[in-house]
Design a binder for this molecule. Structure first.
Ligand SMILES: CCC1=C(C)/C(=C/C2=NC(=C\c3[nH]c(/C=C4\NC(=O)[C@H](C)[C@H]4CC)c(C)c3CCC(=O)O)/C(CCC(=O)O)=C2C)NC1=O
Length: 184
């Protein structure tokens, strides 16, 4: 498992360079508090995000909770919620580390094969992941949708920068895209 620092060392070694990408590391350190706020915004809302994403996936495809569907019976529903939580957690770890290797190695490696063997529909999983991707962008920018969240709406009120943390949103989105392509 690598993070932004160890990745830089490995890359520098591979190219017999002495410094690696110091510019990228400087930026990683300079924006460290923003990154921690983003991670906190996700972790503090995780259970709500997971249940909302899985509920949305099921609303759009109710066969999932009927006999023969992969979220039926309760045991599978619970496994599905657990899996969505695992995926969100590993995306959050990757965002914290600034590197996708923890997500790749410990979550995505072999997941498609596991799902194929168990008959877990990957198109539905991808839908839940897409919903979580949108939620994460909203929470990093601290603008969760009032109409979706209703009375559960929770704002974190961090100090937001002018770009509303666009680069962190893009980075988090890229980790979700990795999940989607690993399952597709
Ligand atoms: C640390 C990384 C890690 C991951 C990622 C992981 C995934 C994982 N998900 C599983 C099952 C499962 N995963 C799902 C998920 C779903 N079903 C649906 O219809 C939805 C589309 C979707 C939720 C979004 C279900 C229903 C099962 C149980 C399938 C079965 O037993 O028939 C299994 C089989 C063993 C078990 O049931 O616990 C594994 C290994 N385990 C891990 O240790």
């Amino acid at each position: 498992m690598l993070d932004a620092f160890s990745r830089s060392v490995v890359t520098a070694d591979a190219s017999t360079s002495t410094v690696g990408d110091i510019g990228a590391l400087k930026e990683f350190v300079a924006n460290g508090n923003r990154r921690l706020d983003a991670v906190n915004a996700i972790a503090s809302n995780a259970s709500c995000m997971v249940s909302d994403a899985v509920a949305g996936m099921i609303c759009e495809n109710q066969g999932l909770i009927q006999a023969g569907g992969n979220c039926y019976p309760n045991r599978r529903m619970a496994a599905c919620l657990r899996d969505a939580e695992i995926i969100l957690r590993y995306v959050t770890y990757a965002l914290l580390a600034g590197d996708a290797s923890v997500l790749d190695d410990r979550c995505l490696n072999g997941l498609k094969e596991t799902y194929t063997a168990l008959g877990v529909p990957t198109t539905s999983t991808v839908r839940a992941v897409q919903i979580m991707k949108a939620q994460v962008a909203a929470h990093i920018q601290d603008n969760p949708s009032e109409s979706f969240a209703g009375p559960r709406l929770k704002k974190m009120n961090p100090t937001l920068t002018d770009d509303r943390c666009a680069s962190l949103v893009a980075e988090a989105s890229s980790y979700f895209d990795r999940v989607i392509s690993a399952l597709s």
